[in-house]
Design a protein around this ligand. Structure first.
Ligand SMILES: C[S@@+](CC[C@H](N)C(=O)[O-])C[C@H]1O[C@@H](n2cnc3c(N)ncnc32)[C@H](O)[C@@H]1O
Length: 273
């Protein structure tokens, strides 16, 4: 990535993670573990067979391939991401999944070069929490949507992350990781702000739903690994050191027989008039 695109990638810079291979595995797991729930959200948002779909910030393309299967051969998915390394992985995902109706290319949501009025459905999955300029991203997405087309944003909000038994270490870790992400240009409280952002950008019929994903569904190990521990990546070297005792306490608390955790996944939709 160039210096400019690095800056535009906000708080998510794949390639600069300490353990990129692990991060790729996390993205893969995150794309599959609650897929049935996600497909229901697509249906509710109005995704239909035959649609022209843009998966903006598609990352390694796992979800774009699922979208392509969902809309069938008469539809087409375009996956765009700022990170060329991830676009290369997306090409491999397309080949191994054997889906024809998906194409990937590198691109920046702040400088979209796609034709205006060309998509029925734009999907933005776990990217808005990383964007420093969400309003500019929405303005550009609005341009490429057809009139009547739908934007569907799926993201997270730390105010909806919970864990039992009560753990000060957990609360502090989540707070510090959120502050670390904010320093890098991100926003871990984006979920509850989506309604306002989409409304202000000029979308109509804006609606936000929250889908709780619990450790009962995905397992406590996954909950801790994917929803919590990977967030060490947002801390500085010193903060990582300081967080280690917190992590030990969280892992200890998670050994309690009935330990439980959940995250709220926000799905916000809006229509282009
Ligand atoms: C957490 S990953 C999510 C990837 C994928 N949507 C998924 O759900 O697996 C965030 C993605 O946003 C991409 N991204 C960040 N800033 C971007 C920008 N300005 N334009 C396009 N993609 C961007 C990153 O490269 C990364 O692939």
């Amino acid at each position: 990535m160039t210096d400019d695109t690095l800056a535009d990638a906000g708080s998510y810079k794949f390639g600069q993670f300490e353990k990129n291979a692990e991060e790729l595995e996390r993205l893969k797991l995150q794309a599959t573990i609650a897929l049935d729930t996600e497909k229901k959200a697509w249906e509710t948002a109005g995704l239909q067979p035959g649609m022209q779909v843009l998966d903006i910030a598609c990352g390694p393309g796992f979800t774009a391939c699922e979208l392509a299967k969902f809309i069938g051969e008469t539809g087409r998915v375009t996956g765009v991401d700022i990170n060329e390394e991830l676009i290369a992985v997306a090409h491999q995902a397309k080949a191994s999944e054997g889906v024809e109706n998906v194409a990937f290319s590198s691109g920046n949501v702040y400088e979209l070069t796609l034709p205006e009025n060309s998509f029925d459905f734009v999907y933005a999955r776990f990217v808005f929490q990383h964007l420093e300029k969400p309003q500019l991203a929405l303005k550009n997405i609005l341009k490429v949507l057809k009139p009547g087309g739908v934007l569907c944003v799926l993201d997270i909000d730390d105010n909806w992350t919970s864990f039992a038994p009560e753990s000060d270490a957990f609360v502090k870790f989540i707070r510090n990781a959120g502050a670390g992400q904010k320093r890098k240009g991100g926003n871990r409280l984006i979920g509850s702000q989506l309604f306002g952002l989409l409304s202000d950008a000029g979308f109509s019929n804006v609606s936000t739903r929250i889908h709780p994903i619990t450790s009962e569904e995905i397992g406590l190990r996954y909950f801790l690994g994917v929803a919590v521990l990977f967030r060490m990546e947002f801390l500085s070297k010193l903060q990582k050191l300081l967080a280690l005792p917190q992590l030990r306490k969280i892992k200890k608390a998670a050994e309690a027989p009935n330990a439980w955790g959940s995250v709220g996944v926000f799905v916000s939709t809006g229509t282009k008039v």
